[in-house]
Design a protein around this ligand. Structure first.
Ligand code: GUN
Length: 283
């Protein structure tokens, strides 16, 4: 039976460190501030946004939630982003995705000032990640890196297999593992003989959004398995992309869902907001 990597516990420890760092910033007259913008009434997004606001309060970060109606135009949203770009109380800006279909997501993400882009989705920040010189790390992959580090898992020289190639998780995850000297393979829906590749992984990170997709026969004995998935089964239960029952029999370490990667994502947003505040007060 695998060791369980407890995301809730690691998130709580990391948030305590962040709260102490916020205190220290405040003693220098700096109050980090985050603005979260939500357009429309997607119920999952509403929960995420509420959780982000609450987490900010718990570590002493000032936060604003800007709720805009579904009918908001792209121009209106761009002008809101421009106002936040120029607002000195705000160090970090996050526009919750997905946006309504009539708004071009790329236009919006590109309008956020790179030094306030705490999601690290702006092309300037994705480019900096690519060349190994980032200001901010994208929250979910950064959370995975902290979990590996706090569990004492070596990455250098290991075969790291990332399943999924999204801009939010798969691609930046591959870059962070590469920066940590892993040998990285990225798999996707067109990969031939996926199981053969996943079976060669020392560290397997799965982010595809398909419930219980990775099964025990696809995993090497002793592998580290990180499940980024968050799916709702027909019975209403939350489940990851990894079939926990069979994979936990073979893995040396595994993250559960819920209580694994999820709690780390918001924690990394808090850390990025702290970093942004530091950047703004350095000059
Ligand atoms: N929607 C789901 N995940 C995310 C995220 O990490 N950032 C933003 N902005 N929206 C999301």
């Amino acid at each position: 039976m695998a060791n369980i990597i407890d995301g809730k516990k690691i998130a709580a420890e990391t948030r305590a460190e962040i709260a102490a760092a916020v205190e220290e910033q405040k003693s220098r007259g700096i109050t980090p501030g985050l603005a979260v913008v939500i357009v429309g009434e997607n119920p999952a997004s509403q929960v995420y946004v509420r959780d982000k606001h609450k987490a900010c309060g718990e570590v002493g970060i000032y936060s604003e939630v800007i709720e805009l109606p579904e009918t908001t135009t792209e121009e209106e949203l761009l002008s809101k982003v421009a106002a936040l770009n120029n607002d000195d109380r705000i160090d970090g800006i996050l526009v919750q995705l997905p946006l309504p279909r009539h708004i071009n997501e790329e236009h919006i993400l590109n309008a956020i000032r790179p030094d306030k882009d705490v999601d690290a989705f702006h092309p300037v920040n994705t480019g900096k990640i690519m060349i190994g010189n980032p200001d901010f790390l994208p929250c979910t992959p950064a959370g995975v890196m902290v979990m590996l580090e706090k569990s004492g898992i070596e990455i250098a020289g290991k075969h790291c297999v990332v399943v999924g190639r999204s801009n939010i998780v798969g691609k930046p995850m591959a870059m962070l593992l590469l920066a940590a000297n892993g040998t990285v393979t990225v798999c996707h829906s067109k990969t031939r003989d996926l199981a053969e590749v996943t079976r060669s992984a020392d560290i397997l990170v799965v982010a595809i959004g398909r419930a219980d997709f990775i099964t025990g026969d696809m995993v090497k004995e002793g592998a580290v398995v990180i499940d980024v998935g968050m799916n709702r089964r027909a019975d209403g239960k939350l489940t990851g992309d990894v079939d926990f029952a069979s994979v936990s029999e073979k893995a040396s370490y595994i993250t559960p869902v819920p209580g694994g990667v999820g709690p780390m994502t918001i924690t990394m947003l808090l850390r990025n907001t702290l970093t942004a505040a530091e950047l703004h007060h350095k000059s």
